[in-house]
Unconditional design. Structure first.
Length: 282
């Protein structure tokens, strides 16, 4: 008979890594730690993904744009799965491509299939909820510092893709359907993203729930401000152009990922042996 040295799987939305089998080796965590730089880079990828997606969709045949970005995303994810540990350039490049492809997927539902933004927002929210529930049921934890096995990586990246699609639909819902425009939408989501952080700090909101709530909101936050900078005056934007905003975002992205790579402050510890399942005494 075995018993876990941690009671994590028995607690809802466990904030600590779930136990590994007793024979499992210590494994490197494959994703970035949620530092201040993490959130800044994440918001940058969302904005960059929004404007890059719009630029590619207008410059290339839409089917070609979706195919190329999907292929590049697949290549990056395979490389990410095969990597022995967290590699900042590889990880964040994959996140950036998820942003581009997720934006295209969400936009295709509305533009090509005519699905209203409200319906797609509800649908993607349900998808995120199902993925998180399934992940927690199977693994006993949703903590990002537990992403140290192939199966947990699959859950993580599927959830990340769904959150990008949800954030895209939600941002378009507020900016277009509700008529707030890009700047007001950006301000709305800037306030909204502070709610889970404050709720965690002052009212004890579960850290994992707070993390994923904030993670979803980074997408419409970054995209709203990127669209405000890039879109024309007729669309309530400043008119800098999607290509210009994408290039500026790319430069900032490269600088911050380079800093993360050099400083190694976002490297998480190995999923340690003390969290493995141990034989029960007696």
């Amino acid at each position: 008979m075995t018993s876990p040295t941690s009671d994590v799987p028995n607690r809802p939305l466990a904030a600590e890594p779930g136990p590994l089998p007793a024979t499992a080796p210590a494994r490197a965590v494959k994703v970035a730690a949620a530092t201040a730089a993490f959130w800044v880079i994440k918001v940058l990828t969302t904005g960059m993904g929004e404007t890059a997606s719009d630029f590619l969709a207008r410059t290339l045949v839409p089917e070609l744009a979706v195919g190329l970005t999907g292929l590049l995303l697949a290549v990056l994810l395979v490389a990410q799965f095969l990597a022995p540990g967290y590699r900042p350039w590889l990880y964040w490049s994959a996140v950036a491509m998820v942003s581009v492809f997720g934006t295209m997927a969400a936009d295709a539902l509305h533009v090509v299939l005519g699905v209203p933004y409200l319906a797609s927002t509800i649908g993607f929210a349900a998808a995120v909820g199902v993925l998180l529930a399934l992940w927690h049921r199977v693994e006993g934890t949703l903590a990002i510092h537990s992403v140290s096995t192939r199966r947990r990586e699959v859950f993580y990246w599927c959830t990340v893709l769904a959150t990008f699609a949800l954030g895209t639909a939600a941002g378009d819902l507020t900016a277009s359907t509700l008529g707030l425009g890009y700047l007001a939408s950006g301000a709305l989501f800037a306030v909204a993203i502070a709610v889970p952080a404050l709720a965690h700090r002052w009212w004890g909101l579960n850290p994992v729930l707070a993390f994923w709530a904030a993670y979803v909101l980074t997408r419409p936050l970054g995209a709203s401000f990127a669209d405000w900078f890039g879109k024309g005056h007729a669309q309530t934007g400043l008119g800098l152009g999607d290509a210009t905003v994408s290039l500026i975002g790319l430069a900032l992205f490269a600088a911050l990922v380079g800093y993360a790579s050099r400083s190694k402050r976002d490297v998480q510890r190995t999923h340690a042996a003390h969290l493995r399942v141990q034989p029960a005494e007696g």
